[in-house]
Ligand binder design. Sequence first.
Ligand code: CA
Length: 227
Amino acid sequence: MTQKLLICEDEADLRALLEITLQREGFVVRGSSDGQEFMALFEEDPPDLVLLDVMLPDVTGVELCRRIRKHPQHNDVPVILLTARNDEIDRVVGLAVGADDYVGKPFSVRELVMRVRAVLRRSQKETPAPAPEVGRIRVDVEGHRAWVDGQLLDLTAVELKLLNLFVSKPGRALTRDAILAGTWGADHHVTERAVDTHVKRLRQKLGPAGDAIETLRGIGYRYTSAA
Ligand code: CA
């Protein structure tokens, strides 16, 4: 099946290069030059993956990513951010709002194509068997929903994967590496520090039930179903 990509990049030359390259790779590609045009195209025909430049004329790519993650129907479309190289803040914030990956500018189109394929592969991977209910937390991976004490949670795609990983391995110590592999796949480009950021946000969203995720100093985390 042909996969559809949607790009938001305000630099016309770069946008054209991305479109041509990715079309040559067999993707159906649409380009937009600002956030407004992007959201209109996104609504019109939701893509299989989006590439978002961070610095756009009307809005940031990070904000667009946030909007996608809050979308009522298509909140799980994978997002790759195109950031200024070494801009750690864009990366950390981008991952915190649920971006799947980022590519630092300037990048080789070859590398970008590899990242696009890797993220698409990951997003289509079979999700682990759902853990129906562990302690106070219930996760429905296929329905992309989770509850604490019957209360629906507002989680990003990454947070849901992370929570599912924890509840599927109760009582088990999980290293940051194992969490990276279990949440982002083996070919991730996410730092261990980003794991801590995501876990922190997940805990906050879980409220008192977040205490079930214990920090294991120097190792990682452990989920205790007793909480
Ligand atoms: Ca730009």
